[in-house]
Design a protein around this ligand. Structure first.
Ligand code: ADP
Ligand code: MG
Length: 157
């Protein structure tokens, strides 16, 4: 299943998503470009994961991530979206997002109502926060992967 691919390291540009209104729900998701998604193992299961994330050369934060089916491509291509558990002052489209996926929470699900969806995501976030405090996950926060070499940092501000 999912575990044999983890930890999974990934870095790429944040692109505009398909406006599913994640931000309006209070859970914005930074979408990776199609090229980055294509680089994922094709047999990695869809579902909800957690790990660590960093924008540009910024701080490393906890995150939850969804690997799902991309409605833009009639669900034949995947989408990878990261919700960083941190409040940012500004959007960061075009910046480089670095992530390490350390654990798996659950498969994709359909929900009967928006309220049910939102509470499931809030539970996912709480689960991620708890798991990421455990030593085996916490250690990846300090991984050298997050220390970008000088000159390779993309920052549009
Ligand atoms: P889109 O459909 O373009 O992905 P979203 O509603 O999912 O729109 O919002 C995602 C954007 O919100 C990200 O690309 C990023 O620029 C911004 N953003 C602000 N705070 C966060 C956060 N905590 N986690 C993820 N993205 C965030
Ligand atoms: Mg999004």
């Amino acid at each position: 299943g999912a575990m044999r691919h983890l930890p999974y390291f990934c870095r790429g540009e944040v692109v505009k998503g398909f406006g599913r209104g994640s931000k309006e729900l209070g859970i914005p998701t930074a979408n990776f470009s199609e090229q980055v998604v294509e680089s994922f193992p094709s047999d990695i299961p869809t579902g909800i994961y957690y790990g660590w994330a960093c924008v540009g050369n910024g701080d490393v934060h906890k995150m939850v991530l969804s690997i799902g089916w991309n409605p833009f491509y009639k669900n034949i291509k995947k989408s990878v979206e990261t919700h960083i558990i941190h409040t940012f002052k500004e959007d960061f489209y075009g910046e480089i997002l670095s992530i390490v996926i350390t654990g798996y929470i659950r498969p994709e699900k359909n929900f009967d109502s928006l309220d049910a969806l939102i509470s499931a995501i809030q539970e996912d976030i709480e689960e991620a926060k708890r798991q990421l405090d455990l030593p085996e996950h916490l250690k990846l926060k300090e991984d050298n992967f997050f220390h970008l070499p000088e000159g390779k940092i993309v920052n549009k501000h």
